[in-house]
Design a protein around this ligand. Structure first.
Ligand code: PMP
Length: 468
């Protein structure tokens, strides 16, 4: 049930759409991409729902960019934050506060050995900055390997790893960061239709009659080739998202990360899992994305869902790696702030108490299958993939060419979904993939509604193309 609108008529008036749009256009980072032709002016959020100023309700399938995992204004998380707000906002973690101690204890209990030392930071970029730094300090090596299409942050350091050209502005420093081929079995050179054709290979849990596994061997050969030709013999490490997020829920063949981690370790490097999008139950069957690959990384970075929208992030590593950093000072002001730790704890409680991981698995599997059925019906759906509530629907001109669906055809579908009450994310190197990553509290009924709306938007697309 929605809480009532708590704005006075005067306040409401001052937030008029035209005024907000004007301020936005004149005063807010002009390079910031704004979603929708008529951008949304939002007013309130409640769990999986968002409400705009005209009182329209939207099912949020993008969760504030894969962040609001337990739901907008989750009552228990909100209450915990409100309570702490009245007590103590900030100390820095040079002092102790029970919330800090309790939080790291709770967080590390969710991670396998030897991942037991936590560094609290403020954003995913900052977490990955620190992870890069750690890998270099620990190994005394410099070179880091990353995947094409990966997103690891927008700080000058992490932009070296973020391998999507448009974010680099032509000046990002990629020194020491080597981008390697992405084992993408849909758009990559190996894999292709034979990997995914039947609904029963049900979305690449890969009861593989060749397909992905054969492609895997070729991509691994390519990875070895990068290691032997593009970087010095000894490397600092390798970073990967367990499922690529910004690039549109790209899943690697099942064995890839396990084999790649071994090759990296043979070269003296450490393995970093960027769990900024995949962590905290997002992938359903496991709490962390790396667990779906049967690996244990040396460093795990997390942000987004960690605070359900509260700005916080973390790096978790082994005592051995942490000790190498303890030789000198490492500090940041806001990390480990009691507010963040209280919120972080409440988020972990909510995930457990509300059964969100299980819900993500069940509702995710249902949605994935329903979208996969639409793929059979519509020529412009090239691939449907993902795990839990991290789903990518890659749109193409047609299945044979696999050419990305151009924006003039993508956008109207996406706008129609919005007009029918469903907000979807966009992503992919060509902006060709719809990203479905809702709060993990979404119900099966909501999911059915979302699929119905997406189907209706695709039907409208067919009508438009028939009319032209
Ligand atoms: N890693 C991944 C996988 C991400 O998706 C993002 C953000 N999109 C980041 C790192 C950077 O996080 P932030 O925007 O909080 O700096």
């Amino acid at each position: 049930k929605m809480p009532p609108c708590d704005f006075s008529p005067e306040e409401y008036e001052s937030y008029s759409y035209e005024r907000m749009l004007k301020i936005r256009k004149q005063n807010l980072s002009p390079s910031l991409n704004m979603y929708y032709k008529k951008p949304l002016l939002l007013h309130q959020g409640h769990m999986q729902w968002l409400f705009d100023y005209e009182g329209r309700r939207y099912l949020d399938l993008f969760a504030g960019i894969v962040t609001v995992n337990v739901g907008h204004c989750h009552p228990k998380v909100t209450a915990a934050a409100q309570k702490q707000l009245g007590r103590l906002w900030h100390t820095t973690n040079i002092y102790m506060h029970p919330s800090i101690q309790e939080y790291v204890e709770k967080l590390t209990a969710l991670l396998p050995d030897p991942l037991k030392v936590v560094y609290l930071t403020n954003s995913g970029s900052e977490a990955n900055d620190l992870a890069m730094f750690m890998a270099r300090v620990y190994t005394h090596n410099f070179d880091l390997i990353c995947f094409r299409g990966g997103y690891h942050g927008a700080s000058p350091y992490t932009l070296g790893l973020t391998s999507i050209g448009s974010y680099k502005h032509g000046v990002a420093n990629g020194f020491g960061c080597q981008t390697t081929m992405l084992p993408d079995v849909f758009r990559g050179i190996w894999g292709g239709s034979h990997c995914r054709d039947s609904l029963v290979q049900t979305i690449r849990k890969c009861s593989c009659s060749q397909g992905c596994c054969e492609a895997n061997d070729r991509y691994i050969e390519q990875f070895k080739d990068t290691l032997s030709t593009c970087v010095p013999k000894a490397i600092a490490g390798f970073i990967a998202e367990p499922i690529q997020g910004v690039n549109g829920a790209i899943q690697y063949p099942k064995r890839f990360l396990k084999e790649a981690f071994q090759l990296v370790r043979e070269r003296g490097g450490v393995c970093i899992a960027d769990e900024v999008q995949t962590g905290f139950g997002r992938t359903g069957s496991h709490f962390w994305g790396f667990q779906t690959h049967g690996v244990v990384p040396d460093i795990v970075t997390m942000a987004k869902g960690i605070g359900n929208g509260f700005p916080m992030a973390a790096v978790v590593t082994t005592p051995e790696i942490a000790n190498s950093l303890a030789q000198n000072l490492h500090f940041n002001t806001f990390g480990g702030n009691p507010m963040a730790c209280v919120v972080g704890s409440a988020v972990l409680d909510a995930i457990a108490e509300d059964g969100l991981q299980k819900n993500s698995e069940e509702v995710g599997a249902y949605m994935l299958l329903e979208f996969a059925k639409l793929r059979e019906k519509f020529e412009i759906i090239g691939d449907v993939r993902g795990r839990g509530l991290m789903i990518g629907i890659e749109m193409v001109k047609n299945k044979d060419s696999r050419q990305p669906l151009p924006d003039e055809e993508m956008s109207p579908i996406w706008e129609d979904c919005k007009d029918m009450g469903v907000l979807i994310g966009r992503g992919g190197i060509y902006n060709q993939t719809f990203r479905v990553k809702p709060p993990l509290c979404i119900t099966k009924q909501d999911a059915a509604f979302a699929v119905e709306v997406f189907h209706a938007a695709l039907m409208r697309h067919l009508e438009r193309t028939a009319a032209n």
